[in-house]
Each structure stands twice: as C-alpha cells, then as structure tokens.
Ligand binder design. Structure first.
Ligand code: ADP
Ligand code: MG
Length: 984
C-alpha cells in the first residue's frame, strides 16, 4: 500500500516534469522556421559563434548558465542539421547507411533531461542514440570535451561514426576510443569535441594517466566535464560490482630479500661477535674505574647493536647512563668528528633505533662485496648526466639512451642498498614474538601499545618482506594491483553526469544515493501495445523447457519471429540442442562477438526466425520487424527464467514492440530455478499451488504468482545493492588516498618548478622530525639522534658545535636546518644544467611515489582481506579498515617524503664539498687531496666513491679505509685481513 502511494506520488511528479518539459519543446520548435531559411554554412556558423562566446567564459558554472540560455536554439540547430541530412548516404562500420532521422518531440525532452545531468528512461527502440546528440552538441560547445560511454567497443565505433555524420555537419569533431589504439591516437580522440568509448577504456585511461604516465605527453585524457552513459543501468549497476583493476607482476616479493638474506645474516653475526667483544671491553673499563673510556665504548656498542643486553643493562644504572649519554653528545662536537667517523667505520653497520634506520659502513660493504665496495654505493646521476651532455661524440638519441641506462643502473643499485638496509633492520630491530608473531606462515604485526595482533597489516617500504625473508615465510602472490578504481568513483570525477536506458526506474534509489542522479521516465513516441502475459510456472526445469520448445514450434509454424532470452550460456546451449532435435533453425548469441551479434540481432525480427540469446548479447541494437511480421503478432519474446533483477527482465521484454509495433512477451519459471530455490519463493508458491490443486506435469499462471516472483527478485536486488554499497564504502577510503597521491603526482608532472614541491616537503618534514626527536620524554631531547638523522639524510656535515641546538626552540632549530638544506641545494644546483636538475627532481618524486604507492596498494589489499579475520569485539570491519588504512596512509606519505629527501641529496651528492668550497677557498684546494675533516660525518651517509669525480668540484675522500694489512679495527691485535676482513 505504501508502495502504491509512493508510486502515485513519484509517478505524478514525473508526469509534472514531463509536462513542464513539453512546454520547453514548444520553444525549441519555435526556432524551426527561422533556422530553415539559413544556408548550411550559416547554420554551422552558429556552432562557431557559441564556441567563441563560451571560450570567453572561464568559470564552469557560468558556462552552464550560458548553455541553459542557448539550449532551445542549440537543440533546434541540431534538429535542423538532422533534417538537412535526410537521404544522405554515408559509411558506418563499413556499411552504407542513409540518414533518415529527425528528432521526435519526446527525443527532445530526453535531450533536456540528459543536459540537466539526470537519467532519462526511454524504452528500447526510442532512439536514445539520436537523443544523445542534442546534449552532446550543446555541452561540447564549451570545449571541455563531452564523453559518451557505451557498453562495448563495437557500439562506440558504430555510434561515433553514425552520429558523427550529424556532428561533423554542424562543425564539431568526433573521436572514438577503441581497445587497441596506441596512446598518441587516443590522445587525438580525447582532443575531439565529442568522444565515444566504453567505460573500461575511459577508466583505464584514467588509471594509466594518473598512476603510470610520467610526462604530460604520455597522458591522453584532458578532464572530466560531461559524460552520458548509455545503458546506464548496465554500467553503473551491473558492472559496478567489479572495480577496474590494472594488475601486473607483483612488485612485492621476497625474492631479492631471500637472495641477500644469507649474507646479511652472516654480517649480523659478525657484528654480534664484534659487539660482544666491545661489551666485555666496556664492562672491564667501568670495573677498573675508567668511566669515560668505558662510556665511549658503550656508545660504540650502541651504534652497532642498540639492543645489546649488556648495554641495556648498563643503561638501567642512572649514573652510568649519564656517562654514556655525555659521551654520545661529545661525539657530535667538532673536535670529535674524526673520532666518531673512525668508530663508525670500525663497525660493519650502524643501527639507529630511534629513527629505525640502518647504514652500512665501508667495512660492511667490503664484507658484502669483497674487493668491490662500490657495488653498494649510489652513482651521482646529475654529474653523470652532465658528462653525457658534454660528450660531443654522442648523438642526441645516444645521449638519451645512455642516460636511461645510467638511470636504470642507479635504480638497480638503489634497490640493492634498500634491500640490505631493510634486512639489517629486520634482523637488528625487529624481534619475533615482540614486534610480530608468525601465524599460518605469515608475519603478523603485533601492536606495540596494545599488544594485539593485527592480521592484514603490513609494514611498508619492504620491511615486511625483509622480515618474511628473515623468518623464511613465503609471499605467494604473483600478481598485484598496480592501479584500481571502482566504476562508481570513476564516474564521480565528472562535473556533470547523465545516463540513458530503457530500464532505470527499479534502481532509481541507487542512482540517487550513489550518483545523485534522478530518473525521469519519458513517454514513448508511439503508445506501446506490447502484451505481457502472466508467468507460466512449472514444477521442474524439464517440464519448463519442454513447454518452451512446444511454444516455439507453434510460433515458428505461424512464422512469428521469437527471441528467447536465457540467464546463462549453459541454458542457451541446452535449448539449442533441444531445438536441433526438433529441426527448428535458430541462432545462438552469447555476448562475445559484439559486431556479428549486432548483425544477427538486427535480423531477429524476420519472419520465422528463432534467436536464442543471453540477456547481454546484442544490447544496443534494435530489432526491426520484417514484412508480414506485424500480421503474425510482431516479435515474441520468451524468457526461460526470471533474472535475479526485475530490471533485466524488463530489458528483455522491451526488445519487442518498439515504436508502436505489436509484440508479446512471456516468462517461463520452474520451482527448480535458482531464484525460486534460494529466495524462498518456491515454498510460498507450493502452498498456493496446493490450494489451487496443481498436479504433476501441470503448469500454473496467475497475476498473484507474478507478484511472488517479484518479491523474491526484490530481495535479491536489495542484497546486491548492499554488496555494491559495501564495495563502494571500502573503495571510498582508497578513493581519498588515490586523490591525494594522484594529485601530487600530477602536480609533479605538470609543474615547471618541481623544486617547489621538493621544498614543500622539506618545509613539512623537517619540523616534524625535529619535534619527534626533541619531544619531551623521560630521556630528554635527543640531540644526538637528530644530528644523526640530518646527516644521514642530507650530507651536510653538520656538527653539534656548528648547530648549537641546545637552548634553541624546536622551531628555531627547524628553521635553521631548513635554511641550511635549501641554501646548500641551491648552491649545488646552480652549477648544473637547469633542465637536468628539473628532470631529476621530477624523477625522484615520481619514483618514490610510484614505488611506495604500489606497495601500499598491496598492503591495502592484504588489510582488506585481513580485517575480516579480526575476531575481537563486535567491531565493524569497515571501521577497522578505515582507521588502519588511515594510519597506513599517513605512514605512506611520510615514507614517500623521506625517500624523496633522501634520494634528492643522494644523486646530487657531495653537497658538503660546496659548503667547504664556500667556507674557505684556499682550504678547498687542500681538501680535494686527502681526507678532509668536514667530510667525516658524511660517512653516515652513503658517500660516492672518489672514482666518480664531480667535474666541477673534485671529490673528497673519506678517511682511509682499513687496509688489508692494517691492524684490525676490532682491536683483536691481528691484521685486518686475517681477522674481521677475512672473506666470508
Ligand atoms: P535505443 O537505443 O533507444 O534502443 P536506437 O538509438 O538504437 O534506440 O534507435 C532505434 C532505431 O530507431 C534506430 O534504427 C534508429 O534509426 C531509429 N530512430 C531513432 N530515432 C529516430 C527518429 N527520430 N526518426 C526515425 N527513426 C529513428
Ligand atoms: Mg541504445
């Protein structure tokens, strides 16, 4: 009853709207006489005039106001164009087609609804393809591009060529996106005023443009202004359950980590031995009263193994702790720099617990790759590029090739270093059953505050893989998501969206809730005289199909064409076999070969033809009746099963009785159909049937029974809608993240000043870092770690004295560091080729985003699967997902920024030589020869080796490496080569 009342209200609202629009149509038609007097060129000139006017208006909203104002005249121009084309023959998809259409009044109404950004429901055969020409023309005048979305490539091509006749006549360009087109071609298609294509082509182009392209030239789309989605229910409802996904070989594997694990394990063991010796030494020094010396050795131990038991124990004693902290701070003084560098070089690697970082020393590198310590050093790209540019023996093409090669090498190198670093962290900072547990062959993170397990969560930046490699557990995924978007979220990008279909009414709620799209039902041009018969209900499928075949025989005998709809390919084939036995000629369609299908479906209205088709097949092609078919009752549509959704059934019925043709439709249903079994309709009906006294082998029909079936359908629709909503709610989380990341990416690609982006990151990251190091904690501000972080990120060689942090506010400190970083970078890049620097800056930003974002997507997939496993409380997985996705995202952005800063100063290295160069010119002449003092602290950073000299500024060598015959730095008294330097 409520429903009925609702329908009345909705119905009458719809009627009022249509009545209102009819009045507007009168205004459109009022232009006809006047336009008829114009020459073709004068008619076309209207287009150019409006385009010119709209080009003057930059504001989107104001443009829309203008469009509303010219709507009536513009529609009249399109209609006049169609009138003038009548009788003209042109090729469409390789076949000659004579234009024979002038917009009907109801089509004009449909056009207005589309322009308003709503869904127009117009029955099959009402000519929606032509309707779309009106709002497409109007909205394309803005020059922002208008898109028409079709269900398949064939329709995109057909409709763009067919309607293209009209658009070109009016002076607009039309493009069409097809699956196999190369990027340059696609770009041209998007440049056209109007572009046809399928939803997946549009969506994938979006993902490629925003997630993969690295230059403006390789992006093909140009904005999302207006789109009309044809068969909108099929695209926004049926296909919306599966998101568009670009997948590729998984970037997340433990493979490389597995490969490096054995050697890193050995390295860690070596360091452990060395640290044990240090611990003994320190304890002995303390015991013999040499507090200062002991504290120094403990500091060294902390650098090498911050979790060493002896060290931790000693730190519990407040007095000893103070001594160690004092020693630590003293190492960051100017006079101690050399000393600090030396003790660091006496370890294999350095672990910074606070910053969760690790760094290889020269000795460590030598151990990993004996005789070739450079294999774990990043090349200096800028100077390499500069050298290439100066090389006159190379052609431009060769130069590009050479640069690409160096870049690739640099990437590979960076990956190796990264891999080793993460493994070191996994071994030295992450403990099983503390930070993580192993469950079902998976590394499950344990929340450090609550101690609860977090299945599905992954550490980022390769750390998780490193821990997996350490524990020997497998990552089994071969492919992963590289980019993904739901169809819903793709279409939400458009400033204005519209849709058309024969069947939208039943889904009006969903369109409204999710897309903010209202549905307006447009009356047919001719009254529809189709007869929808009651469903025929059978006990078994066998009885049902037999009845269908009998009915087909009868219809065939009177030469009435029949279209048989099935819900599956299987049923199509079963029916086909049964018909073969009866020797009834027929065709079967399965929604695979769109073009051939269109031709076959077009013939389905010929006398005596029998066409079996799944409900998707041949969509978008209308069925014209052959001679004599009207007399035989028109096209007969038989549904062999009720679909889950009422809408699809309506769609099938709508294939007959187009434009006032006669026609007939009937559904055959059995108790054994999925819908009936799964949704309780059968039980209810069995009761009804018992009352009717139905016997085996009998069929039944009654309007009440139709209702029962529809109730079951409504239930399924409801359930499917919740599934789609859910998918969307989950994707909304991703969507926000995607917007931020794609935004940053696009800004990087588009900007002429990539440095601005880098500097913004500097401005943001440094204060955050400073705060985190200096925040009030029981141990007080951690100046030493802050210095460590600065120097390992920016090779500036900043010392405690120079910095003079103590007594300054965090803000002052941040500002000081920021200024230092920027000025150094400015000086450095002044001497480089400006374009090369820009290129590298852009590359560094994109590279960090892409690598980490893809890993993040992998993590998000895992999280999504994982949250459902969380069995605590009565928590909603969606809320869990939202919260953790947010945390992961915050972490992702921080990691991206950190990596950008890190790499920026890596490939543009040797900054400290500039510092020195500036500080004292004469000194710089000396420094270039041997180990300069300023360079000492930069041992924290990955320094580039002497061999890769900077052309402008001669490199500064580190303090000497430990020679093979030197005393071993571990203090054993043996020679280095026969002690720690022994090859593994
Ligand atoms: P729909 O998409 O609404 O099912 P189509 O756009 O495929 O319908 O058009 C169905 C048929 O109607 C086409 O053969 C087309 O040529 C014809 N048609 C559409 N509009 C007109 C018109 N105004 N005058 C004559 N024929 C028309
Ligand atoms: Mg159509």
């Amino acid at each position: 009853m409520v429903n009925w009342i609702l329908k009345k209200i909705v119905g009458s609202k719809n009627q009022r709207e249509v009545r209102r629009l009819r009045k507007v149509i009168e205004q459109v038609k009022a232009f006809d006489p006047q336009l008829a007097t114009l020459s073709d060129d004068e008619l076309r000139a209207k287009t150019a005039f409006w385009q010119g006017e709209l080009a003057q208006i930059s504001d989107y909203g104001e443009q829309q106001v203008y469009l509303d104002r010219i709507l009536c005249e513009a529609f009249a121009v399109v209609k006049e164009g169609a009138r003038r084309l009548c009788g003209k023959e042109e090729m469409v998809c390789g076949q000659p087609i004579a234009w024979n259409m002038v917009h009907f009044d109801v089509q004009l109404i449909g056009g207005i609804v589309l322009h308003q950004g709503k869904i127009t429901e117009m029955a099959t055969g009402e000519g929606k393809t032509l309707v779309a020409t009106l709002p497409l023309y109007l909205n394309a005048l803005t020059g922002r591009g208008a898109h028409l979305v079709t269900v398949n490539d064939y329709l995109a091509k057909r409709d763009s060529e067919w309607m293209g006749i009209l658009f070109r006549f009016l002076g607009l360009t039309v493009g069409c996106i097809q699956n196999d087109q190369p990027p340059e071609f696609r770009r041209q298609q998007y440049q056209c005023d109007i572009t046809y294509g399928t939803n997946s082509e549009f969506g994938f182009d979006y993902l490629r443009d925003n997630g993969m392209a690295t230059t403006r030239e390789t992006q093909v789309q140009r904005g999302y202004s207006y789109a009309i989605v044809d068969e909108v229910d099929s695209i926004l409802v049926d296909e919306a359950r599966t998101p568009l996904i670009i997948s590729g070989p998984s970037t997340v594997t433990t493979q490389q980590y597995d490969a490096f694990k054995p050697i890193v394990e050995q390295l860690v063991k070596k360091q452990a031995l060395l640290c044990n010796r240090l611990a003994t030494e320190a304890e002995e020094l303390f015991a013999s009263g040499k507090k200062e010396e002991g504290a120094k050795v403990f500091f060294k131990l902390k650098l090498g193994q911050p979790r060493h038991r002896s060290f931790l124990r000693t730190m519990e004693d407040p007095e000893l702790r103070r001594a160690i902290e004092k020693a630590e701070l003293s190492y960051f003084g100017d006079t101690m720099k050399e000393e600090l560098f030396r003790i660091k070089e006496e370890l294999y690697f350095i672990i910074d617990e606070r910053a969760h970082e690790s760094d290889l020393s020269e000795m460590g590198r030598e151990f990993l790759s004996p005789g070739d310590p450079d294999s774990f050093v990043l090349p200096d790209l800028i100077s390499e590029f500069a050298e290439i540019d100066l090389d006159t023996s190379l052609s431009e093409a060769q130069k590009l090739e050479e640069k690409a090669k160096r870049q690739a090498f640099c990437d590979k190198q960076a990956e190796r270093i990264h891999c080793i670093t993460q493994l070191l962290r996994a071994f030295c900072l992450y403990e099983k059953d503390v930070q993580y547990v192993i469950e079902e062959n998976k590394v499950v993170i344990v929340d450090e505050y609550t101690g609860r397990k977090m299945p599905g969560r992954r550490w980022s930046d390769g750390l998780h893989q490193a821990v997996e490699a350490k524990e020997g557990v497998q990552v089994d995924r071969e492919t992963q998501t590289l980019a993904t978007i739901t169809i819903q979220n793709y279409f939400r990008l458009y400033s204005k969206l519209a849709g058309m279909t024969g069947t939208a009414e039943t889904e009006a709620n969903e369109f409204h809730d999710i897309y903010k799209l209202d549905v307006v039902v447009i009356p047919t041009n001719q009254p529809c005289i189709r007869k929808d018969l009651n469903d025929l209900i059978f006990k078994t499928r066998r009885e049902k199909f037999n009845a269908v075949i009998n009915e087909l025989k009868v219809a065939h005998a009177r030469s009435q064409p029949v279209l048989v709809g099935t819900v599956s390919v299987e049923t199509s084939e079963l029916l086909s076999r049964m018909l073969k036995r009866e020797k009834i000629p027929h065709t079967v369609l399965n929604a695979k070969f769109h073009m051939q299908e269109a031709e076959i479906v077009a013939r389905a209205g010929q006398p005596g033809s029998v066409t079996i088709s799944t409900n998707m097949a041949g969509r978008g092609t209308d069925i014209k009746l052959g001679p004599g078919v009207v007399e035989a009752g028109g096209l007969y549509v038989i549904g062999t099963e009720r679909h889950e959704s009422r809408r699809i059934d309506r769609q099938l019925r709508g294939r007959c009785s187009r434009q006032g043709d006669p026609g007939l439709s009937r559904f055959y249903v059995s108790f054994e159909d999925d819908l009936m079994r799964n949704f309780g309709a059968a039980d209810r009906m069995t009761k009804i049937m018992e009352r009717f006294g139905m016997k085996e082998g009998e069929e039944l029909e009654h309007p009440w029974l139709n209702k029962s079936v529809e109730t079951a359908q409504r239930r399924v629709e409801q359930r499917n809608y919740s599934i789609r909503r859910r998918t969307l709610e989950f994707d909304d989380v991703m969507n926000k993240q995607r917007e931020v990341v794609y935004g940053l990416r696009n800004e990087t690609i588009e900007t002429d000043e990539p440095r601005r982006i880098v500097y913004e990151i500097v401005d943001e990251t440094i204060p955050a870092k400073v705060d985190s190091f200096l925040e009030e904690s029981e141990s007080g501000p951690d100046y030493a770690s802050l210095l460590g972080w600065i120097n390992s990120t920016f090779p500036l060689g900043i010392t405690a004295e120079k910095a003079g942090f103590e007594g300054k506010t965090p803000e002052e400190i941040s500002n000081w560091i920021i200024a230092k970083v920027k000025s150094s970078y400015e000086i450095k890049s002044q001497h480089e080729d400006a374009d090369a620097v820009k290129g590298i800056e852009r590359y560094i930003v994109l590279n960090a985003i892409d690598r980490l974002w893809q890993e993040h997507l992998y993590g998000m997939d895992a999280l999504r699967e994982g949250v459902h496993l969380r069995a605590y409380g009565q928590k909603d997985p969606l809320i869990e997902y939202k919260n953790e996705a947010y945390e992961m995202f915050v972490e992702l952005m921080a990691t991206i920024k950190n990596e950008i800063l890190h790499n920026l100063f890596r490939s543009a290295s040797n900054l400290q030589s500039f510092e020195q160069f500036l500080a004292s010119l004469p000194q710089h002449m000396l420094h270039q020869q041997g180990g300069g003092e300023e360079s000492i602290l930069s041992g924290l950073a990955e320094e580039k080796p002497a061999a890769q000299a900077q052309p402008l500024f001669p490199p500064i060598r580190h303090a000497e490496k430990v020679g093979r015959n030197d005393p071993c730095p571990c203090g054993s008294g043996r020679k280095y080569k026969s002690c720690c330097g022994r090859k593994a």
